[in-house]
Design a protein around this ligand. Structure first.
Ligand code: C2E
Length: 351
């Protein structure tokens, strides 16, 4: 479908699609920033695709299109496009470097074989040298040929050094691109894509070594109400604050991610249910006890609380089933009054 949008953008309907994008963004009160434009282009070009459906859901829920929201959607739904562009660019640089190294090697090869011919000629000619002048000419020819080969070797060496540096820069750049594609821009935590990959790798690792694996989902209580009262910029700061507390707790091998709007997730490999519960409760206490202030006015924002649910993976359980159980436990925390942590096995026993 992405390819279909790209094709439309280079065809007769491109301008009408672009105009429709601007009209629809205006109708929905969305700023025509480059990121929003790209998002809406893909949404209108493919309304039934995953991005299209998500934007329709947000519009139906009357969710505002803050910069943070746009960044998250872009990170979630557009990175592959960006990534492949960066990868294409990297491919072009590599092609160029390889072609120029191959060219330098072929030149060096030619001059080496020319030098070989010169030496063979000299060795045949030495028999025919009759006087010192003849010998002098022969030595001059050999010296010139040797110098030429030395210069060409030095040039090849330099070319190889430059190419090695270019390739190292490229590798660093690609590493950065890969990190960006896996990071949530607002909170700097891992994004959902990175989380999903990490979770399935953790499940595989658990299958191999059968150590415990626990998944927690964490949600900020009444976040929508908070956003409506204090505005989205302050809402974004709260997301950053909760993320900063989670990041401190999620030292390797634990892992924390922003999973959706105000939802976070954590993976705890090889830990007992008791330690996980204690860690989540420590996070919950820390967040609830901090008095946040609105930076622009210094207004006291009141307490922000979180609810959490966690589940320990059953043998062979799929990542989505594990997530579902952790979500169900989170739901119980919400239903029982929020600002609490619930273990899924409590529900399992009750059932
Ligand atoms: P930030 O504004 O970039 O702040 C990064 C870190 O700098 C904070 O990490 C904290 O260690 C320190 N810091 C910044 N401003 C102050 C300050 O006025 N007083 C003190 N004591 N330390 C300060 P921390 O606490 O983990 O917060 C992470 C992020 O959460 C902050 O990033 C900000 O975006 C948000 N945040 C935290 N507390 C508040 C708050 O009271 N009001 C607002 N609006 N945002 C907050």
């Amino acid at each position: 479908m992405r390819a279909q949008v790209e094709t439309t953008l280079r065809g007769p309907e491109s301008y009408s699609l672009a105009r429709r994008v601007v009209d629809e963004m205006q109708a929905a009160n969305v700023w025509p920033t480059p990121v929003n434009f790209e998002l809406w282009l893909h949404y209108l070009g493919d309304p039934e695709g995953p991005l299209g459906r998500e934007i329709q859901r947000l519009l139906a829920a009357d969710e505002p299109f803050t910069d943070a929201m746009s960044d998250m959607l872009a990170a979630e739904y557009l990175p592959r496009g960006r990534l492949s562009e960066e990868i294409r660019d990297a491919g072009r640089v590599l092609d160029r470097e390889l072609a120029s190294v191959a060219d330098a090697i072929s030149k060096a090869h030619q001059s080496q074989s020319a030098y070989g011919d010169t030496l063979a000629d000299a060795s045949a000619g030495i028999e025919r040298v009759e006087n010192p002048d003849g010998l002098k000419t022969l030595v001059t020819t050999l010296t010139t040929a040797t110098l030429k080969v030395q210069n060409e070797n030095a040039a090849l060496e330099k070319k190889l050094e430059t190419s090695t540096r270019e390739v190292a820069k490229l590798r660093e750049h690609l590493e950065q691109v890969r990190r960006d594609a896996m990071t949530d821009a607002l909170t700097n935590l891992a994004n959902r894509k990175a989380f999903d990959e990490h979770l399935s790798a953790a499940c595989e690792a658990e299958d191999a070594d059968s150590k415990a694996l626990t998944l927690a989902v964490i949600d900020i209580d009444h976040f929508k109400r908070f956003n409506d009262t204090w505005g989205h910029q302050t809402g974004d700061q709260v997301l950053r604050y909760v993320a900063s507390v989670l990041a401190r707790v999620a030292r390797h091998p634990r892992m924390a991610a922003r999973y959706g709007g105000e939802e976070f997730a954590m993976i705890f490999p090889s830990e007992s249910a008791g330690t996980v519960e204690a860690a989540l409760n420590a996070v919950r206490h820390e967040i609830a006890s901090r008095a946040l202030r609105r930076r622009s006015t210094n207004d006291e924002l009141g307490a922000v609380t979180i609810s959490a649910g966690f589940a320990q993976r059953k043998r062979g359980e799929s990542a989505s089933a594990l997530l579902e159980r952790a979500d169900a436990a989170l739901y119980v925390s919400k239903r029982n009054g929020r600002n609490q942590v619930t273990a899924a096995d409590v529900l399992d026993k009750a059932a």
